[in-house]
Design a protein around this ligand. Structure first.
Ligand SMILES: O=C(O)c1cc(=O)[nH]c(=O)n1[C@@H]1O[C@H](COP(=O)(O)O)[C@@H](O)[C@H]1O
Length: 224
């Protein structure tokens, strides 16, 4: 079965990105490229990574007025990513227009509440209620807007899965038991996220910063 792990290749160094992808490719289902990589290498860099033969998750977390986001998504069309992120808090019209502008084969997923935030951070942004409530509210908004799914932490994915069983649910911020969490705050193990209903996992540093990234990816895959 294809691995449900997308490895987050968070580096601006193209040679390192390619080398990492080659090392872990047999234990991951796809490559996630984010802002760091895209700002350094743009669409040409994405194409070079896509040439390695794994699906590309382009994580640009677009968040702007509907017209701007739709035009940006349209401009990204030629690279036809398998998955593309926008922010759910951009609102319903933005989500609808992003989906309408995306290539047919691209899943548009809406980031709800970043896994690097906790309840205190949420309150500080002026949002009342718990992270759980906030994620469910944004997940409902994303479902109504017709995008393919959402990004949330493993703490909420079970509840989202119950409300939206067909949603494509992306869970980042996962850590093998006993691993360091870094800047992530709402963290679960890869296995717990899958058991709760994640469609795919996004995993960066536990693989990319390991002494042997291939062995780390294999070890995590073996727990799923
Ligand atoms: O959209 C994402 O992928 C994302 C959303 C989120 O809420 N939290 C989050 O960590 N991510 C991404 O997931 C990856 C997590 O990396 P690690 O913490 O190194 O495993 C990074 O590339 C983040 O940009």
């Amino acid at each position: 079965m294809t691995s449900r792990i997308y490895v987050a290749i968070d580096t601006p160094d193209l040679a390192r990105a390619k080398a990492l992808a080659q090392r872990v490719r047999t234990h991951v289902g796809g490559l996630k490229l984010g802002l760091e990589f895209f700002c350094a290498h743009g669409q040409a860099g994405v194409r070079e990574m896509a040439a390695l033969g794994l699906p590309i998750f382009l994580d640009l977390k677009l968040h702007d007025i509907p017209n701007t986001v739709a035009k940006a998504v349209q401009a990204l069309g030629p690279v036809e990513p398998a998955i593309l992120t926008v922010h759910a808090s951009g609102g319903r019209a933005m989500l609808e227009d992003a989906k309408a502008a995306a290539p047919l084969g691209t899943k548009v997923v809406a980031v709800t509440m970043l896994t690097s935030l906790d309840a205190l951070d949420l309150t500080a942004t002026g949002v009342t209620g718990t992270p759980h409530d906030h994620v469910l509210r944004l997940a409902d908004l994303a479902a109504e807007a017709g995008v393919d799914g959402i990004v949330c932490s493993g703490e909420e994915v079970g509840a989202v899965h119950k409300r939206w069983p067909k949603g494509f649910l992306v869970v980042p911020g996962v850590r093998p038991a006993g691993g360091g969490v870094g800047d992530q705050k709402r963290v679960v193990t890869p296995r717990a996220a899958m058991d709760a209903g994640a469609s795919i996992l996004v995993i960066g540093r536990p693989i990319t910063q390991a002494e042997d990234p291939d062995a780390a990816a294999r070890a995590i895959a073996a727990t799923l």
